[in-house]
Ligand binder design. Structure first.
Ligand code: FES
Ligand SMILES: [Fe+2]
Length: 408
């Protein structure tokens, strides 16, 4: 019997997980069609009729706000011959007219008009656009799922909500994202960055070593507030405490948030350090004081990912704080950002290397195997920062979904 892609017996993962088009196809039908997927932020919608083009897995979608204030995620793919019914990235429309033969759909995905319709008995209601089974929000984040039997979004996020609240609800006013979206193609599998953002603090000293030499690192990996956490459904995060409090442009703003009382003292302490987290499957956040970005790793092909990213800040933050966060996100985490350039180079070489190896090649996720979990006053299971256990939990969840788990 061939070995499973993810093998719990020796904590190894087949390189095919990152390279094989058949695996990519399998995860579209078993992962992206069953999980809750991030598709947008409330602040992108100002009025009824507003829409944005999004991706849900590989499916091009329109996320629309209807007159009743309901969000709908509908495929931007005509049911007649597959035309792209909307060409604009975002806008406002009550209906969409496919440019090929002008079939017309409302912003809930219903087929409402077919020009020159001469086919007796033609039933328009059979040809509505494909749509997500459910759309739901957590704080200001909008998710959809194609699985009508999926658990609620709240249950799906579970204990991860405590950590998401750090970046989503430090102000009662909620959050907003920067206008537009950074989009860039990365020549690697989507799981490589999703894994790194949720579970790989270790790479920082190697890949971003130049930042340390420039004096831009202020981290205490042995601090009690430096840890990995992972929760049910494959979510995971890295929390790194600062070595020392260095007053900065954002310090007074953080002090003000502490006074508002929306977060607990434990949460506020974590906000003084850095947080990098991945909500399964492909939504990540990176936060440092004065920097916060939402990033979605869109699975274009087995060896190609499109990164969509936005700056994220409190809706009622002073304009100087928002501008500072936009500037820092661009400086660090845009295609020309100091940290992102380092990662892109490594991820691309990694993909090329893995594709060159025989299909029997396996990767080591052994660090931390057999470790006794250390009790920490934080949600989820936790461990120290040099452990593969959170990443392996991510892949075990993935493997269960694609039917490739070998958990004894
Ligand atoms: S493909 Fe859309 S109307 Fe024909
Ligand atoms: Fe990195």
């Amino acid at each position: 019997m061939s070995r499973p892609l993810v093998d719990s017996a020796d904590r190894t993962i087949s390189s095919r997980v990152f390279t094989d088009p058949a695996v990519h196809a399998l995860e579209q039908s078993h992962v992206f069609s069953r999980c809750w997927l991030y598709v947008g932020h409330r602040s992108q919608f100002k009025a009824p009729g507003d829409f944005v083009q999004v991706l849900a897995g590989t499916v091009p979608m329109l996320l629309c706000l209807d007159d009743a204030g309901q969000f709908h995620a509908i495929a931007n793919v005509c049911t007649h011959r597959g035309g792209r019914i909307c060409q604009l990235e975002h806008g406002n429309a009550a209906r969409f007219v496919c440019p090929y033969h002008n079939w017309t759909f409302n912003n809930r995905g219903d087929l409402i008009a077919v020009p020159r319709q001469h086919s007796p008995g033609f039933d328009k209601s059979r040809w509505n656009l494909m749509r997500a089974a459910r759309v739901a929000t957590y704080r200001d984040l909008i998710f959809c799922t194609f699985d009508p039997d999926a658990c609620s979004l709240e249950d799906y996020l579970g204990e991860m909500k405590w950590y998401l609240d750090l970046v989503l609800s430090s102000s009662a006013a909620g959050t907003e994202v920067s206008a537009g979206v950074h989009r860039s193609i990365i020549h690697c599998n989507w799981k490589i960055p999703a894994e790194q953002f949720g579970s790989d603090n270790w790479h920082f000293q190697g890949v971003h070593g130049s930042m340390g030499r420039l004096g831009h690192r202020n981290e205490d990996p042995l601090h009690a507030n430096s840890f990995h956490s992972w929760t049910a459904n494959g979510h995971m995060l890295i929390s790194v405490a600062p070595r020392r409090e260095i007053p900065g442009a954002n310090t007074a703003y953080l002090d003000g948030l502490a006074q508002q009382g929306n977060l607990s003292d434990a949460q506020l302490r974590l906000l003084r350090g850095s947080l990098v987290m991945t909500v399964f499957p492909n939504l990540s956040f990176v936060y440092f004081p004065g920097l916060c970005s939402i990033r979605v790793w869109q699975p274009i092909a087995a060896d190609q990912t499109e990164l969509w990213s936005w700056a994220l800040y409190n809706r009622d933050a002073p304009e100087a704080v928002k501008e500072g966060i936009r500037t820092q996100v661009t400086r660090m985490f845009s295609p020309s950002g100091m940290l992102e350039q380092d990662d892109l180079e490594v991820w691309t070489r990694l993909e090329t290397n893995l594709k060159s190896m025989p299909p029997s090649f396996r990767l080591c996720y052994e660090f931390g195997a057999g470790e006794a979990g250390t009790a920490r006053p934080f949600p989820g299971a936790t461990t120290n920062l040099q452990s593969d256990t959170p990443a392996f939990a991510f892949y075990k969840h993935w493997a269960r979904l694609v039917g490739q788990d070998a958990t004894p």
